[in-house]
Ligand binder design. Sequence first.
Ligand code: ATP
Length: 306
Amino acid sequence: MSGTVGTAARSVTVRVPAKVNAQLAVGAARPDGFHDLANVFLAVGLYDEVTATPADELTVTCSGPDAAQVPLDTTNLAARAALALAERHGIAPGVHLHIDKDIPVAGGMAGGSADGAAALLACDTLWGTRATREELLGICAELGSDVPFSLVGGAALGVGRGEQLTPVEVGGTFHWVFAVADGGLSTPAVYGEFDRLTAGTDVPAPAASQALLDALRSGDSGALAVALSNDLQAAALSLRPSLAGTLAAGTGAGALAALVSGSGPTTAFLVADEGAARKVADALLGSGTCRNARIAVSPAPGATVL
Ligand code: ATP
């Protein structure tokens, strides 16, 4: 815990990772509009930090290169997490939440979800509400499909809407480069495009790839490169055709595999080691096909009180 406990200066800071989907298998749209998923999440070492400080009322501020794109009202997932915890425990949500944002916004890396999980853990610690892990995970699932994974980190298979998690074993360190695109892509819009592209076709029920789980367990990046998949990639490319140039720039520079991260428009490049990561990142930056290139390793721990 940072700050001084027991005085008005008391504060709690939680660090939380971004994610990449090593597999995102998407089923047909359900009657409720959601899609059944088989979603293999990997937490990657790009982090936001959320600091909760006592205040008269709920307020949110944000710093970092993408801060201007982050809503500061009660649509912010961090604010919603604080409100949900306060309501459950019958207490006033008197807290200031500051988000130090390093995860690309609207990039398919679950930045908002990460902040929701971080704020929940920070407020639980600050307020002494002592929620059980199950209760925290339940609130996370109500906030959004990707939020429970942000709390647990590491690697996990998510089924249902992606929120029913089973841990996945990872036997080594994987190296990634992420190309950050100009502007975001709306997750609902990408699912809508998926529905449009698959209309009239027989969409198979989503299932985790055994080859992918084996590659993660063995820590074999060559095997993982072959097994990575994202059923939303065609939809993201359809809405943002320029992403094909970004993917080509990374593979041309020696990436083992390239794919759209989640709903995009961030693209993810699996590379052999740190040296290859630097080479691919330089090539991506030089290609003019992205706004920024970030290097990170996985797996990374979930939301952690600092
Ligand atoms: P996912 O991978 O879970 O689909 P994403 O990484 O594509 O999400 P986010 O960074 O979570 O996208 O942002 C999506 C939208 O959510 C933003 O455009 C913003 O309006 C809203 N949002 C709400 N809370 C936050 C937050 N704390 N940080 C960033 N965006 C937030």
